[in-house]
Structures are given as C-alpha cells and as structure tokens.
Write a new protein. Structure first.
Lengths: 400, 144, 400, 144
C-alpha cells in the first residue's frame, strides 16, 4: 500500500521552524557561536544579535526592550511569573485568581503554591470557555496578589476577554499575568492597551524553535529570579543565552506579526469551512470552544459515542496528525480538564478531536479529511456499544 | 503511541464485530466515564464457544484486544475460555505499550462476565472453577 | 591593515557546535519537528529520539536513563538541584555547605536561600583552589541538608576531590550535588563511584548547542519540580522538549567521552607547553589554579602591575579571544570571587587572563600567542604607574 | 565591549605616555584595589600647561581617556584645564559604553588633583575657583 501523504494538523502542539527562521539561526551554531557575555569580537557580535532580537520581540507587542526577558519555554515563563510574584508579595497576601482551563504550566504551578499555603480561586468558565471578567472582580480580596488568565486556550481556542480583565486588575491594583503562548503570532498583542503586567510567550508555537520563550515584565514590576546565576538578562535570568534560539524566535515572531492579517483571514475561512463541512457530514458532533471568539486555526469537536484515541489512531493511519483531550492519549485517567471545565460530561469529553491548522495547511487537505473523518467516525460508531443501532442524524449540540 | 503491527491490524480490521442475536451469553464491563466499555456476546453449544462478537467504546488497544480476545476464545471449551488472561491477549498482539496494559483487562473481564452469567444460569459454578471469577469483582480500572 | 586570524581561546565560556552535532540536529527543526508528547507518527519519532538521547547521556556517566532530566542550561540544573533540595528538606534542616569558588549559578542560588532563612557555610579553598574534604566533614551539622561542590572550576580549572567529598556525604547521609558543567566531556564521570546525588551538565561547554542542559538525579532522591507544567521528563520538568537541542547535546557528549583519552592528552601537552613558555617569557607572572589537578584545557595567569580588561582588549585586537577575572570585564566592582577565593590580592586578581583551549586549537597559534602576549604585557606595564622602572625579571610566584 | 574607533586608537596608540621629570605638578588618583590608578604629570609655564604625561593602570577606557585628557589639556590655561569634564573627554572619544563612563572620571580627577596641588603650592585658590575642586573629595568610584 502506498504511504498516505502526511497532513500535520496539530499546530497548537508545536510548529515546524520556518525556513526563513532556520536560515537566520544556522550561522549561529558553529560560526558566530560567541557567548554574549564575552568581551571580544565573537562575543560582542552575539551580544549585538541578542539586543536586536530583544528589540524585535519588544516591537511585536509594543513594549520596551528592557521589559523582555528570554526564557527556555512558555512553561518557564509561566512558572517565573507566578512563583516569582508569589515570592515577592507573600507578605502582602497569599491569594491568587486563575481559571479552571489554564495550561498545565499555570495549573500545576498554582497547585504547587496551594501546597505551600497559598489560596487559589479557580474561576469557572461558561460553555464556550469564557472567563467572566465580573467574576474576576468579585473574586478579588484584600489579600489577592495575582490574577493569571490565559489569552487564548490551547485546546478549544477560546480567546479570553483579557483587556477587560486587565483593566479591572489595574483599577484594583492587582498584578495581572496572561499566558499568551497560543495567542502570540495569531492575535494582535499591544501591551499599551492590554493592562497585563506579565505575559508568557513560547517560540515553538509560532514557527520558531523549541526551547525558547520570553516573559514580558512591565517596568516597575518586582519579580525575583527563578533562575539565579550570571548577569544575563539584566541580572534577572541566569544561564548562557541560547543565541541561535532567541534570534530564531524573534525572527519568527516578527514574521508572524507582519503576516497576521493575511494568515489570520485565510485560516479563519478555512477553519469555518471545515467546521461547517464536518458538522454537516457527521451527526452527533459538537463544536467545542467559542463559535467566533476563537483562534483562527483552532477546531475542536466532540463526536458522541466514540473515544478520542481511537479517532487519532485511525486518522494517523490515514496520514492526519491531530490531538485529543481523551484520557487515553495522555495516559491519565481523566479527560482534559478544559473539556470538563466547559461542562462536557466525561463520555463526551473522551470523544474529542482537536484539529489546529497552520501556514502549510491546504484547503484540499481539509476537504479530503472531511470524507476520511466521516468514514472513521462511522466505523468507530459501528464498533461502539453506546451507539444506538437505529440512530438517525441528530445534532449533538442539542443533547449536551 | 507505538503499537505493534498486530495491534494495528486488529484495530483497523477488527474481527467479530457486532452482537449475536439471541446470544447464549452476554457481558458488558467498563463505563463511558472512564473511557472504555466492552460488550461481548457468545453463542455456546455443547460447552464450546462456537461464536463470539464484541462492541467496544475505547481506545485503540481496547478495540484491538477485544478483537483478539474474541478470536482467541472462539472454538474453545468454556473452562479453557475462562483461563484467558489479558497477558495472553497482549502477547498474541505482539505486546502493548506499558501504559496500555490496563486496557487489555477490559477484554478478559468482558469474557469472564459473559461466562459468569452463563454459568450462573446453567448452574455450572463449582468449587473448582469459582476462583476463576474472583477477579471480576474488581473494577478493571482498579487493576492498573 | 590585514585582519588578523581569529584564534578562539575561551572554550570555558562556550564552544562552537561541532559539525557532526549540527548535522544530527538539522533535520529536527523543520522536518522531524514533532512534539514528543504527541500521539501520531511525527510525535512518536521525536519521542524515540528523546529516549535515545537520554540513554546516550546516561551511558556517558554510567547512569540509568531514568536518572537523567533534560533542562535548559547548567544554571537551571544548579537552581533545580539546590532550590529543590532546600524545598524538599526544609523541615529537616536549613543548612547548606558549599565553597567560595562556585559558579554564580550555585553562588547566587545559595545567596537567595540565605535570604530565605537558610544558613550557608562557604568553605574556603587553598591557594590552588582545592576544597578540603575534611573541612566538608567538619562543617556537617545535624541540620545540614545539602553539600554542593563543583567538580571543576570554570576560571582556574582546578579539579575538586569530589569522590572523597561524595563518600563523606554518603557516610553522613547528606545529599551531595556537584556542578560538572566544566568537567563533563573533559574528565571521566562515573556515577557508580562518584557518590553524587545530583550532577549538573550543560551542552554548550562540550560542543553542543546553547540552551540545553541536564540534571542527573540519583534514583530515590526526592526533588520537587522547579518548572511545573506538562508531563514531560517523567512529570518532573514541564515544557515542550527542545528535541533538536537535546539530541545535539547527547551526540556531543558521546563524542566528547569517546575522544576524551586522546583529546585530553593532546590538550594537556599543549597547555603545559604554553604555560611553560609564557612563564619563561613574561616575568612577574603567576599561574592560578592547581599545577596538575586541573582541566586539560585551562590556563589562568595573573600578570602583575597591569589590568585584565586592557590585556583582553589588546589580545582581541591581535585576534586572540580570551577572558579575564578583572572587575572591569564583568562590569562589577570586584574582581572574580574565585581569584579572591584563592587568596589573590585585588590588584593581582585584576590582572588575570584565562586562556581555555579547545578541539580546534593549534600549537602554532599558541606559540605565536606567547610572543604577542609578551609584547602586550610589556606595553601595558610601560603604561602602568605601578611598574617599577628598574624592574628586573623576577618570579611573581614568590611575591604572592 | 564595543569601543569606538577613537577609543581603540587612543588605547592602542596612547599619546603622552610617561612621566615628566621635574614636573611642575603631579597628581595620582584611584587605587589598585579598585582596578585603576592614573598618575598625571604636568609642565606649566605662565599659567599654561605646556606638557602633560600620564601613566595608567586600568582598563581600556581608563587608558584611552587618560590619553585623550592629556591631549585636551595641553596648551590650555590652567583654569580652562580645570573645567575639563569626563563627559567632554568621553565625547571627544566618540562616546564610551555606559558602564565605562565612570572610568573617564579617573582622568578628570587626576588632572584636577595635579592642578589642586599646583594651586595650593602657588596660592592660587580663590573664592571663584575653589568650587572646581569640590568633586575631588569624592572617590571616583563613588560617582558611578
Ligand atoms: C561551572 C559552571 N556552572 C554553571 C554554568 C552555567 O551554565 P549555563 O551557561 O549553561 O547556564 C557554567 C557556565 O556558564 C559553568 O562554568
Ligand atoms: C497555553 C500554553 N501555555 C504554555 C505552554 C507551554 O509552552 P512550552 O511548551 O514552550 O513550555 C503551552 C504549550 O505547550 C500552551 O499551549
């Protein structure tokens, strides 16, 4: 049998490094390999590239380069922002507000703080995955030191009302952190209007390399180091700088921002077509996440009566690479906390499929996929003891 | 997930899918909340399983082990079928990834549960064979 | 004027990525770019590479792969080992033992813990930079929870008696961490005899990429996460794995270990020749660090009467890239804590020069450098108000 | 360190290196512990600096500013020389990296210190000029 063409549709998990980005990175491994802290030419050249990259990233979000600190990933940025604030302000208070659908990097960090005696309010979301800004306001207490709400969700793509939340935090003088790992490069970010004190980024979600991230820290925000060491990053994050990675990140971010209007429109149209076709072709299907306030590239379905891992496995067999919120995929016992967070019952959450488009995604791949996906769902439903034999085409959205 | 070729074969082309009408025995284990359910139906003649069919809601290895388990018990005497273990099924499939071993328990349990019903109905439980049903009291998921 | 050939002699600061290493990394950026946590082929292929890299690193130090955790740098490894142990054992005790000549990643981490109420014993070293294992034993108290002594010093190259220190720690049932960032790839490391519970590594010191490191954590050692997040690294270090970097690191480490006997001998000979020639050519010169128990590639001099940054600057002008422990180089006010730690007076410490050889270093570059360096030192001494006009050739070692 | 071409020129080819024998004025500031010392010697005729020489222990910018400062005061009247500032020296060198600005203070201070000795010796201190020596009381390193 001929190997099927591989169609990568998991851009929320990671993205390939763009060719233009790899090109700027390549000379920095073996030729211009200097340590930016070094005194001589090779080092100073690296320092210059680093300064330039910092300016580029700052420009992407309208920040001052002194507010940009490079890290090793989105996870480090989240940990630094949250644990650092907790350490800095623990004398002032020990209450943190976050949502029930944050990425594990925020979720588990807050749980660690809970174990250390912090009090965390886990705000619920509505069925579309939206945090209610008024709920944030009401949760604020005299001992609240931090609000952390993500800019866009990695599973269901819902874009949170972070500007409104930011202005509430400002008004109440509470620090506001937002995880923009999924949003960056896909939706515009302007720190001048956002009202966030800290923002997390990761390069590998926007066609940069893995192992590089950044934290925006608004001027004046006190944030103790997570990584103590040398004088790098203005004494705030030790460790020899990953120059190639940082330069690649900056270039990728810049390209993403400059192409955003075009890419975003293209992806949104493809996404909407795909959603419409799948909903029409496959009965008992639910679209998870907000119908319009969602990332341009994100699609998340639940197919009733079947389980997500088996959908992924068949899709993989046919060449489509996607992800699921099923427990079996992650090796845990519970399905995704995000899908449970939007109120899906376990059995529906198990049958979820996330399809995230990217720069290389082509419309014909998606339309071919609609056919394959219909067949796969039908086959698995035939196998399923839950599927009523006399099932007529119905709309799952009415049932959930 | 690195599944063996046999797993992939039984997953993509599962044998014995369906439900036997007027089955002599039937058993369902698991629940949708945990992400896997298997229903097995058996046709039994003269103490021999002459046909077996399954329906499974679950991951790739749940489906593949269901398929393999039904294959393995067809033509077997009841007490032989009762000795089917999840390890034997996994081995017949060329192994399962460690975190997936628990899924194979589902098939063992479903077969046992169907046979238990049959044994009870036909008063076949004896001191010699009753220990074979012991494990059934545990939930498949507790056995991870 | 023709540009002078650049001779890179700062391999303790960072090393170029070896060609063989870059070759294995390259396909992992844009082609095999999968996320190792992903279910489908592209992801599982990444997972396979990761598993293999972990095995390779484990083999390099005779460890079990389950004891290897990849991090973003040596600094992260140091922070994780020390802060993690402090967190895990703070109920048992709050006393930590370390030396006065650790890298900033250990030094500043311990200082942070001091501010949080931990008690740190800063062991002195002798004039060669050696920690006395008996001093470690004597410093151990009932509330001691950790000993952290580096395997080899990054400035003066002294190799510490870590095996002896390790066995004392074992005997006293105290956790022992060693920073092997400089030692790895240059001296053999065998966890079966070393007696260390945690060991820090960094890729860019051994011809791997910047932004990758590892921490060895002996089986059974409880170490809370520094970076909470996804299930990566067996749930102990969140963040999408830097697959390209990790694979490059493993390959670089493996090559370094397999070539160690040859490289080590070659560098040691070149180093000794260089030291001898410089000491003969330039009066009032002191060799810092242990005369023989030192890294094969490390040379560290103090030239009396002159200041280190000006030496570096002239060397850079002539094409030689080295480093110094002078305060002016680092932008701080005090010269290197390591040079002060071995008892050098400030004015001598200011005049230090570190020359660290590497794979590409050629003997003729070094012999040419002896001449250039003599001229540079002579010129700067002529400029110096401290240099006695009637100075005869004397041996500074007698003075310090 | 990104030094300007002028800095590099004055560092690699420093002007006025040495010590004037039987100098009319001489001043030394800084200390070895802090990593920089500058000694300046001046030849003064009719209230004009006719020659200036220096010796400096210090970093690249300390040496370059020493060289430039001695150039700048040669041929100047004493009270003009007294108005020499580290900023002017740095500017004449095409600027210095921010963390190196303090090094340029060394040259200003050394010149002032030499002139102060000369003014004292010749009783030239007046109410109008004494403020020019104010800064000398501070250690150059406190002025970072
Ligand atoms: C001994 C030692 N420890 C730790 C580090 C820190 O390593 P990294 O730059 O990878 O964070 C270095 C080098 O900078 C070092 O020489
Ligand atoms: C919303 C969000 N936050 C944080 C992360 C963590 O980023 P990284 O893998 O770079 O640590 C991810 C992706 O994994 C993410 O989607």
């Amino acid at each position: 049998m001929q190997k099927p063409k591989r169609v990568y549709l998991d851009h929320a998990a990671t993205t390939p490094v763009r060719k233009e980005v790899l090109d700027v990175m390549l000379p920095l491994f073996s030729e211009q390999f200097g340590n930016p802290s070094s005194f001589y030419q090779t080092g100073q050249e690296a320092q210059r590239l680093l300064t330039q990259a910092r300016q580029t990233v700052a420009d992407c979000i309208h920040a001052d380069p002194r507010e940009i600190f490079f890290t090793s990933c989105g996870t480090e940025s989240d940990n630094w922002a949250i644990k650092g604030t907790a350490e800095a302000l623990k004398k002032k208070g020990r209450h943190i507000i976050t949502s029930q659908i944050e990425h594990h990097a925020v979720l588990h960090t807050c749980q660690t703080l809970e174990k250390q005696g912090f009090d965390v309010t886990w705000l619920p979301v509505d069925t579309n995955g939206l945090v209610d800004p008024e709920a944030v306001r009401q949760a604020i207490r005299p001992d609240t030191i931090l609000v952390s709400i993500m800019m866009a969700n990695n599973e269901i793509g819902t874009i949170e009302p972070v500007e409104t939340i930011g202005s509430i935090c400002r008004e109440q003088k509470i620090l506001f952190h937002t995880d923009a790992v999924q949003a960056a490069g896909s939706v515009p970010i302007d720190v001048r209007t956002l009202g966030a004190d800290m923002i997390s980024f990761s390069a590998h979600k926007l066609y940069g390399p893995k192992g590089v991230g950044a934290l925006y820290v608004r001027k004046g925000v006190r944030l103790p180091n997570l990584l103590d060491g040398g004088a790098q990053e203005n004494n705030r994050r030790g460790g020899t700088e990953n120059v190639a990675g940082i330069v690649g990140f900056a270039h990728a971010f810049k390209l993403a921002v400059s192409e955003m209007p075009v890419t975003s429109q293209r992806l949104t149209m493809m996404r909407n077509d795909f959603i419409k076709s799948v909903m029409a072709a496959i009965p008992d299907t639910r679209l998870n996440g907000h119908p319009v306030q969602r990332l341009p590239n994100n699609v998340n379905f639940s197919f009733k009566y079947i389980e997500g891992e088996s959908i992924l496995l068949m899709l993989d067999h046919f060449g489509y690479e996607c992800s699921s919120g099923s427990a079996c995929t992650s090796g845990s016992l519970d399905p995704s906390h995000v899908l449970l967070g939007i109120g899906l019952p376990h059995e529906i959450a198990h049958g979820s499929l996330r399809v995230t488009l990217g720069r290389e995604t082509e419309a014909e791949d998606l339309s071919r996929m609609v056919g394959d996906l219909s067949k796969i769902v039908a086959r698995l439903r035939e196998l399923s003891p839950l599927y009523p034999a006399d099932r007529q085409q119905t709309d799952l959205n009415q049932h959930v | 997930m690195q599944y063996s070729d046999q797993v992939m074969d039984h997953f993509m082309n599962p044998r014995n899918v369906g439900e036997i009408e007027n089955a002599d025995a039937s058993g369902t284990v698991g629940n949708a909340k945990c992400g896997d359910i298997m229903k097995v139906t058996l046709k039994i003649e003269d103490g021999v399983i002459v046909d077996a069919k399954f329906k499974t809601f679950g991951c790739g290895s749940a489906i593949a082990t269901s398929s393999m388990a039904t294959e393995m018990i067809k033509g077997k005497k009841l007490d032989e079928a009762l000795r089917l273990t999840n390890k034997a099924v996994a081995e017949a499939l060329g192994g399962l990834p460690p975190i997936k071993m628990h899924c194979s328990l589902l098939a063992e349990q479903a077969v046992k549960s169907a046979l238990l019903a049959y044994y009870k109905e036909h008063d076949l439980i004896t001191d010699e064979n009753k220990h074979l049903f012991d494990k059934l009291d545990e939930d498949a998921h507790d056995a991870h």
